[in-house]
Ligand binder design. Structure first.
Ligand SMILES: *[C@@H]1O[C@H](CO)[C@@H](O)[C@H](O)[C@H]1NC(C)=O
Ligand SMILES: *[C@@H]1O[C@H](CO)[C@@H](O)[C@H](O)[C@H]1NC(C)=O
Ligand SMILES: *[C@@H]1O[C@H](CO)[C@@H](O)[C@H](O)[C@H]1NC(C)=O
Ligand SMILES: *[C@@H]1O[C@H](CO)[C@@H](O)[C@H](O)[C@H]1NC(C)=O
Ligand SMILES: *[C@@H]1O[C@H](CO)[C@@H](O)[C@H](O)[C@H]1NC(C)=O
Ligand SMILES: [Zn+2]
Length: 362
């Protein structure tokens, strides 16, 4: 009798300990593994809970299957007007390295803004709007089993006679929709949807970008694979007014990437380095006037493709982080150089004024 009471107590103690360990595990999120949508949603809540002064979340739409599309807004409170950077990952379901990258990126900036004056400055002048998994329905489907792992599109059903499911969200935007690099067959992975913005996910992103058009300096969309930094436009017959600058900024990013683990990335427009495409988010962002619009294609070059092993998550994210940061720093410095000079000037004026007034006193 006594023995069994002790046994029960021991079992209870073990269970409690297990619970504690589980809680700790949740706190120490594993950034070197791929995570389910549920885990990523939990992680988003955790980021917000642990950094209330810096991180908030915002629901900006619903997916076809009625999931809330949520972004993390990251930055310091400021009394002066801020600019913003958008980043989305996971618009194509099977590109699992990309949600991993968005999470890595958030971890890095949150871990460094208190000690790294550069990131601190970014937080003062910029808000980051980050969506770790844009195509949530598709991402969940790609986790279903090994026959769905390579799913790319959304999960809305075809219209009319077509019984296949899904639209390529990155062909559904209002940017020369339907012109090139698409399929009108709803069974194709490149189906661009029955009409522009037929997909609620594309509509939600469009609404957000248009509402923040004057605030957004930089649009970054993360894909895999191919090791590329793409600049507008995907359509072959138009050219961005700041094409030369975009190429230069892209080249700097490529050098920053190479310096980390020696990986070679290429820069160019989609028709120059990949294939022509219309209806993409990158083109749409640039067309509405967001000056610095880029798409990343992360590792690798096709050996593992979408099935990039977990042991490559960390190095891929480390190099891409430096690439993204080189773009963001460029954009920030260019836009806030004036205000930095103004700050210095104000400082000198105050100093001189205080000398003069102290001279008056003495
Ligand atoms: C910043 O603003 C948010 C939302 O208004 C607020 O919850 C938070 O406490 C503020 N943080 C600081 C440090 O003032
Ligand atoms: C979406 O967000 C709203 C508002 O927070 C909430 O009431 C609702 O339950 C959420 N829906 C889902 C499917 O999570
Ligand atoms: C999918 O999983 C099943 C059961 O685990 C396995 O037998 C099959 O070989 C897998 N197929 C592929 C293509 O990996
Ligand atoms: C749909 O199927 C019907 C019957 O097969 C056919 O008459 C019609 O042309 C088809 N519509 C389209 C848009 O293909
Ligand atoms: C681009 O211009 C060429 C020459 O005018 C034309 O043949 C081609 O169809 C255009 N491409 C697209 C996608 O509009
Ligand atoms: Zn993609």
């Amino acid at each position: 009798m006594k023995g069994s009471v002790i046994l029960v107590l021991v079992v209870l103690a073990l269970v409690a300990q297990d619970r504690l360990a589980g809680g700790q595990e949740n706190k120490l999120y594993d950034y070197t593994k791929y995570h389910t949508m549920d885990e990523i949603s939990g992680w988003m809540n955790q980021m917000e809970r642990e950094n209330p002064a810096i991180v908030s979340s915002m629901i900006y739409g619903q997916t076809y299957e009625n999931r809330n599309m949520t972004l993390l807004k990251i930055g310091s409170n400021s009394t002066t007007p801020k600019k913003a950077v958008w980043m989305d990952c996971g618009i194509h379901a099977r590109e699992w390295i990309t949600p991993a990258f968005c999470q890595h990126f958030v971890k890095e900036i949150l871990g460094s803004y208190q000690t790294d004056p550069k990131v601190n400055m970014l937080f003062k002048n910029l808000d980051f709007f980050i969506t770790p998994v844009l195509n949530m329905d598709g991402y969940i489907y790609s986790w279903k089993d090994n026959t769905t792992r390579l799913w790319r599109k959304s999960r809305s059903p075809g219209t009319g006679n077509c019984t296949c499911i899904g639209t390529d969200l990155n062909r559904n935007f209002n940017a020369n929709w339907g012109m090139v690099g698409i399929s009108r067959n709803c069974c194709s992975t490149l189906y661009n949807g029955p009409t522009p913005l037929s997909e609620p996910e594309a509509q939600a992103v469009t609404d957000f970008l248009e509402a923040h058009q004057n605030q957004l300096l930089c649009y970054l969309t993360i894909h895999s694979y191919g090791q590329l930094i793409l600049v507008p436009y995907g359509h072959p017959n138009i050219s961005a007014p700041n094409y030369d600058e975009l190429m230069e900024v892209g080249l700097t990013a490529v050098n920053a990437i190479k310096a980390v683990h020696g990986k070679s990335y290429k820069v160019g427009t989609p028709p120059d380095v990949l294939y022509a495409v219309s209806g993409s988010t990158m083109d749409f962002a640039r067309l509405i006037g967001i000056p610095y619009s880029f798409a990343f294609e992360l590792r690798d070059k096709g050996h593992c493709g979408f099935l990039l092993p977990e042991d490559q998550i960390q190095p891929t994210c480390e190099e891409a982080y430096q690439g993204a940061m080189s773009i963001i720093n460029y954009v920030h410095d260019k836009n806030f150089r004036g205000s930095a000079i103004a700050v210095t000037a104000t400082l000198w004026t105050t100093l001189v004024a205080s000398w003069i007034s102290s001279a008056n006193v003495f």
